[in-house]
Design a protein around this ligand. Sequence first.
Ligand code: ZN
Length: 527
Amino acid sequence: MKIRFVGAAGEVTGSCYCVDCDGYRFLVDCGIHQGANEDERNREPLPFGPGELDAVFLTHAHMDHSGRIPYLVRQGFEGPIWTTPATARLVEILWHDSVHLMKEEAEWRSRKALRKGLPPIEPLYDESDVDGALKLLRPVEWEARTSASDGVVFSLHDAGHILGSSSVAFELREGGGTTRIVFSGDLGQQFPAVDRAPSVIREADYVLIESTYGDRLHKDDQATREEFRAVILTALKDRGKVLIPSFVVDRAQRLLFELSLMQIEGILPEVPIFFDSPMGVRATELYRAYGDTLSEEVRRHAASGVDLFSPRGFRNVLTSEDSQQLNDVPFGIVIAGSGMCTGGRIVHHLKHGAWNPKNHIVFVGYQAYGTLGRRIVDGETELRIAGEDVVLKAQVHTIGGFSAHGDRDDLLAWAGNFTTNPLFFVTHGEPEASQALSVSLQENGMRGIVPSAGQEFLIDPDVPVKRVSAEAAAPRSRARAALKDIELLLKRLRGDEKVLSDAEEVMHLLFSARTLLEAAARKKPGL
Ligand code: ZN
């Protein structure tokens, strides 16, 4: 039996793992890579033909887990896609939305390409591929032990991350033996506000565990709530706009829930609150429809008849004309996607509002390397937004505790539920986070290793795990890692007073580095 780490190894997006078991080949997740200039990577062919693939198991609806499934279908995949009923409803919303975004982007890039005499850019997939993918969805309830084929039995378990999110537990039969592998999917916190805590799974030989926050601790939920409240109230005092880039599935519903609670407790008066996302509005309807799968806190308030997803002063913004009219609205809270500012309506709100020192930008989620959101969080003030240079003067706040992901201790608590001493493959994290979680697992008496993208392992519970192909990471991801190292070094050097006081000593080294970087820049296509 083999497992291959196609994506989300050494990074947080592009989740995709491939398992071969006795001639049956399946994927767990098939997500898009998110971040600057990832389009090319999303178009890279997968390391197998879609016809060689028997099934896909989908942990949850987020695009970095589900977003390349319609692309698989476009290439000819026809097998079942196993997931929960709520995820099946959510991906319908997300995939249709992504077709729309991809089409817009392809048109924009095609215009640029045509001016250079290059062929037009096709979107990754279209409506018909999405419709094809939706027909392949096979919803199953949490905890239901289901047979996908002769040797492949699986069950989905609440991962507490977003509506419908799951871990997948497999019992795989090959050569007379059974191997138990659990894929954590994205894991929620142990005490989430909107979702329920991740289910306890006790038995596995191997576990793939995500590590987005494997090296960090969140503030506890009450502290996060207080921090959010303080930021909102301070920001509103400036009578400017409070722009909240947010995932419009789960995070936005959490924010609406928090704003409602503030009003119920009399802390927040009625203020204009705009939810600028047609997709988010539809997702909110699903949160109501599947309300019985949510946290006790949510169910308790819902039982008393309060609609926690509609604070007073709240308005759904549906059309893009209405969204643009918000440019002229001087005061209020605007929640819009995308969460990392890589697209969506938040981009035009930032373009029109980031210059104004009365405005506030409140980040409430993870910002992946290379995204506009990450650049703002990292303190860049000269930004290029939607083709325009913008100087950032709005005040920036980051609230980390709202994460739909567990932190290091949440991950360790989930991992600690296993009673069978499994080997943990630590995935879905930037390299430092994955390494840190692996070390923490070992400090807590567990076994962890960190695979790299493209690596393949032979797995058999009776023999030590063995790497069968040690493919070096693709040149592209190695180049990306080098660029990141250079940026980090530069940041460190800039912050080090001694560099300039020792100018004579380091000057020649810096000049050499500049010469090398200039040479690298000349290699860039188009320069
Ligand atoms: Zn997720």
